[in-house]
Design a protein around this ligand. Structure first.
Ligand code: F6R
Length: 259
């Protein structure tokens, strides 16, 4: 099962995950990282700034989880812009080594296959950072997405558009389509790190971690993966039935087990 780490706050979560990523990059300088966007991973990217300033990250490669279809890549809320602003520039990564799915509607039919080929060529993703939607999505794999899906175009649910409207002037500006790594793609990464904060994520986390495996909760697909770390604050953990056991396991974790 996934390792569930219940932390006090986002900063602690960011530090914990950033330490694991830094150790990985030190072991393997050309590590391939999978980057989520949205609010959740920001404490990780923040914590990586000082850590990456002290090590050689020139060979680190990266793949974003998803992108809106039909958004101008220069729009400040395109995931291309977000990844450049929050990840590539502050962490000092080589922009040529960090890819974001191509959201151009003209090439959307083939962009998924191209993205899969690029991930394969890089040797696969070593560590994939994930957030989770209030409807249980991971990447932009909305409820009902095939558990073996690959990178492709999806239609966003109205729930997700409403959740993401905070990044735009109005909900009418939130694109209706996206291109996202599939659940199958995500499951191919060697280590999944799923983060969630706040009460609004409590139900989705409980369903993903302790509910039945179902395409109707895409996050439940993490139950199929042999190496998953779920990092949540108390509020996001509040609906977990076995929270005490997760706390006990983490407190008694042998020193030789890393995150
Ligand atoms: C982002 C992504 C989404 C978000 C999810 C949560 O690349 O793929 O799955 O992780 O929508 O978003 P936030 O973190 O903004 O609550």
């Amino acid at each position: 099962m996934a390792e569930i780490v219940i932390v006090e706050n986002k900063e602690q979560a960011g530090a914990l995950v950033a330490d694991a990523i830094t150790a990985l990059v030190q072991r393997r300088p050309d590590t391939v990282l999978g980057f989520a966007t949205g609010s959740t991973p920001l404490p990780v990217y923040q914590a990586l700034r000082e850590r990456f300033a002290d090590i050689d990250v020139s060979q680190v490669r990266g793949f974003a989880l998803d992108e809106y279809v039909g958004i101008d890549p220069d729009h400040p809320e395109s995931y291309r812009s977000v990844i450049t602003r929050e990840v590539v520039e502050p962490l000092g990564l080589n922009p040529e080594l960090v890819r974001v799915p191509n959201g151009d509607p003209e090439t959307a039919a083939t962009a998924g296959d191209d993205y899969e080929a690029a991930i394969d060529e890089a040797g696969g993703i070593d560590l994939q950072i994930l957030g989770i939607g209030t409807d249980g999505h991971i990447g932009f794999n909305e409820p009902g997405s095939s558990l073996s899906s690959q990178t492709r175009v999806k239609t966003l649910t109205e729930q997700t558009r409403e959740d993401n409207a905070r990044f735009f002037d109005s909900i009418d500006d939130v694109p209706r389509h996206c291109i996202t790594q599939g659940i199958g793609t995500i499951l191919e990464a060697r280590h999944l790190v799923l983060l969630a904060f706040g009460e609004g994520k409590a139900e989705a986390i409980a369903a993903a971690v302790e509910g039945p495996l179902t395409s109707f909760v895409p996050g439940s697909a993490i139950q199929l993966h042999p190496r998953v770390t779920v990092v949540v604050d108390e509020a996001a953990a509040s609906k977990l039935k076995l929270a005490d056991y997760y706390r006990y396991s983490y407190e008694n974790k042998p020193a030789w087990q890393s995150l």
